[in-house]
Design a binder for this molecule. Sequence first.
Ligand SMILES: Cc1cc2nc3c(=O)[nH]c(=O)nc-3n(C[C@H](O)[C@H](O)[C@H](O)COP(=O)(O)O)c2cc1C
Length: 330
Amino acid sequence: MKIADIQLREKPLFLAPMEDVTDASFRYVCKKFGADMMYTEFVSSDGLIRDARKSLEKLVIYEYERPIGIQIYGHIPEAMTEAAKMAEAAKPDLIDINFGCPVNKIAKRGAGSGMMREPDKMVAITESIVKNVSLPVTVKTRLGWDEDSKIIVELAERLQDTGISALTVHGRTRAQMYKGEADWTLIGKIKENPRMRIPIIGNGDIASPEQAKEAFDRFGVDGIMIGRATFGHPWIFREIRHYLDTGEKLPPMDVPERVRLAKEHLAKSIEIKGERVGILEMRRHLSCYFKGLPDFKETRLKLVTSLSPDEIYSILDYIEERWGDTETTL
Ligand SMILES: Cc1cc2nc3c(=O)[nH]c(=O)nc-3n(C[C@H](O)[C@H](O)[C@H](O)COP(=O)(O)O)c2cc1C
């Protein structure tokens, strides 16, 4: 499968952009487990052109992450085009536009999924970005604003006509936020439209190898994007790939490998963000890696309160010593 000139394998697996989750250290571990394409957390176009530190930091990407896209969002057309050019200067492989974020603060202002209420503006912004950058441009969006305005099938054609190179669709409306189940039937309908030729990446609720296979088989998508299920479980990419290739399921990852992963992830987080921030931002991942271990409460607490790398490494050694043979289920 190809996005413009970016060659990906068949049935590629995409790591969904997730604010505060898919930072560079998490992307490092997801890549290691076989994520074929990744994106930065979304970057505010207003923040970028204002020179806001947090937005600029998100533009930092590493060679081993390629292919990678920088994702931008915003509602002011000129700011979006300007931000896309700044993102291009950071040399990602593509620029992705977020027209899907449902969060009030963003959507009510007309950015993210708020743009689903103004499809003409969405198309115009996309067109302007495509014209003004030379990298491939992709879009990530939802089915529509609400149940009565699921415009995605027609919108997909219009977006394609602007010259974008791929489209990712999360099978929910803005009104659904993250509730209910993702509806993949409309994603399938986009693929059935004979006018569509750009790759369509389906997204929403994939949490197992079986669901991943079904998404490809039933809805004909070119790629699938996985978000929440990667959290605390980045090896899901390996599990899905193995299942797609062999039809067999891998056993759950054992505790010693989880400990090795936690150490590697922590080291990367500290390397990239420095000791204090690196540890603080790792906490949410660390405890998830050991979810379900019996009598783990006290150790978990130590793991997520320590600010000393040495101490965290010894707690991890202790976890391996004490729970190394415990059967895991996830
Ligand atoms: C914590 C969190 C942060 C997110 N941040 C972004 C983001 O920055 N950009 C984006 O396009 N989508 C974002 N999303 C949406 C996901 O990319 C994805 O579309 C959604 O979670 C559905 O996929 P899933 O069911 O596999 O999680 C976020 C979702 C979550 C849960």
